[in-house]
Design a protein around this ligand. Structure first.
Ligand SMILES: [Zn+2]
Length: 263
């Protein structure tokens, strides 16, 4: 299965707690206990939309609500340096991408970039690491997947000091396209593939909408956005989902346990 989170080697009884539930003295795999891993594996990606959606919000698929084991492992990964969780979380992200991208055509994942300050603070760009694992998992499952850094993040003003209107303006100017990367993705290019914007959490959708706007201003087409977690101010929209599945999109096959050896 695409979302087979269990690796070959368990972190046997390391002196750290489970990243998902905080349980101690339990067997961990990539930092999470078996109960949490099972809970994560049970998540089924669903279409989601902020209420109300910001102008230009792309269609969006989330792996799960921002709660429980998903919230715990994501926070541990992003804010507490549990970098090994990139592998299981990347596999989950791949399952959301797979709901948007047909298997037959190349799919390019465009991570939402972190600012230089956030990257320094977190000891690396958490979305690049996550996306690298998602690409790897998609390839194992037969997709022609790759990562492309189409966007860069500008330094952010301190959001706490901003009004709502100022925050909207700050969000609008937070991302820039990297012109050198456009080439093959242009609508005029014959070698175009599917572009999917990827991020960890969707809340208001503002970041995903801005990313989509920047990419489309540069004459490229965004197929949708895939995220790990959606905050709860939204409802899954099953009806809408049926209308936007691209032709040839397949559900990810659940693979029996056991995944190839890898880092
Ligand atoms: Zn746990």
């Amino acid at each position: 299965m695409l979302v087979s989170l269990l690796g070959d080697v368990a972190d046997l009884f390391l002196p750290t707690a489970c990243a998902g539930c905080g349980a101690e003295r339990v067997r961990l795999r990539y930092g999470a206990c078996e109960r949490c891993v099972a809970a994560l594996e049970a998540l089924t990606p669903f279409p989601t939309a902020p209420q109300p959606p910001p102008p230009g919000m792309p269609r969006c698929v989330a792996v799960g609500p921002y709660a429980g084991e998903l919230r715990g492992t994501l926070l541990a990964y992003k804010e507490r340096g549990r970098h090994r969780l990139a592998r299981p979380l990347g596999a989950l992200l791949a399952s959301a991408v797979a709901r948007l991208a047909p298997k037959g055509a190349p799919v390019f994942l465009v991570p939402i970039p972190s600012t230089a300050a956030a990257t320094r603070e977190r000891g690396g760009d958490h979305m690049t690491r996550l996306t690298t694992h998602a690409v790897r998992r998609l390839r194992e499952a037969g997709w022609q997947a790759d990562l492309t850094h189409l966007l860069r993040a500008l330094p952010k003003p301190d959001a706490a000091s901003l009004s709502v209107a100022e925050r909207a303006i700050a969000a609008e100017s937070s991302l820039r396209i990297r012109p050198a990367r456009i080439g093959k993705f242009s609508r005029r290019s014959s070698g175009k593939g599917t572009l999917v914007v990827v991020d960890d959490i969707v809340t208001t959708g503002a970041t995903l909408a801005v990313a989509t706007a920047r990419i489309e201003e540069a004459n490229m087409q965004v197929t949708g956005a895939a995220v790990l977690a959606a905050t709860r101010r939204r409802r899954p929209s099953r009806e809408r989902f049926a209308t936007f599945l691209p032709q040839g999109t397949e559900k990810v096959e659940r693979r029996p346990s056991g995944i190839p050896n890898e880092g």
